[in-house]
Design a protein around this ligand. Sequence first.
Ligand code: DAH
Length: 353
Amino acid sequence: MGLKEELEELRDDTLDKIENAQSSDALEEVRIAVLGKKGSLTAALRSMRELPKEERPVIGKVTNEVRDAVEAALEAKKQQLKAAELEEQMATGAIDVTLPGRSMPIGTEHLINHIIREVSDIFAGIGYEIIPGREVETDFYNFTALNAPQDHPSRSMQDTFYVLDRSGDVANVRGESDVLLRTQTSGTQVHTMEEEEPPIYMISPGKVYRRDVADPSHLPQFHQIEGLVVDKGITLGDLKGTLDYFIKAFFGEERKTRFRAHFFPFTEPSLEADVSCGICHGEGCRFCKNTGWVEILGCGMVDPNVFGYVNIDPEVYTGFAFGVGVERLACLKYNVPDLRMLLEGDMRFLRQF
Ligand code: DAH
């Protein structure tokens, strides 16, 4: 077999191998075996040097033709394999864009925050300011300036957490007023009257603390919303009208309000407000202990002694105040059976609101 035939055989053999290559990698192996540095065609070209001069052009031409044929076949096959491989990739790695996304659970607003927002919205809607309070207070703001001076019996109505200093004594401010966790949001009344001139129309939601053991109806930490109005000519009628408006806005138009005399040191007169029972609608049931009413908040006209602590002239201004328990509202509106559920973080409970 002459060199020409050998080259033609190499060509046919290579074209076969190219045709049968199953992957880009296999194709590359064929290319290297034929056209690589140590490839068979490369070797054939090299051996041309040993040919007699007159044969060289003929064989050179054949060699070039073989190389061109092999290169063309390689390129065509390369494109074909690439396309097939892409096809395959698309088929196996395909993303079904019509699948619904995986839903990320987003949290829910805690019932307590939800109620605070509802109440704040109602009062903001009639022009009240929403004022933040402070949870760490002094005895002066929590008791004294609210007309409960030292030894006043009303102090024992609320068992207090005191803040201790390093030596274990109750921490003091200016050597006279004990530092404590507020037992009520009412101290915000005093701060607000110190900081703002009347007219004042404000509510102030926040946490309060009392030395109580947690049970279904008590928590050592709970929430109140304080309300205060100070203006010229404010009467008990304004208080009743405002709270009746609030109760209807919060619980529903059909609910009725009634007021009973009560005692708080910082209001005179002091009242408690009841709302008609949402379960029996006033008929009497177990929930309202057959009275048709449930207690909802404390309120009253600001005691002139309190005005005395903040230098507001009670001859010019009058005012009313109220304080409502947020957990109490939660129980009445959403039938929470055990207040401890509000602290436990059980999502099955919390997600309902
Ligand atoms: N601070 C009272 C309490 O914690 C609630 C209260 C009653 C607040 C009457 C008031 C009010 O502003 O006027 O029991």
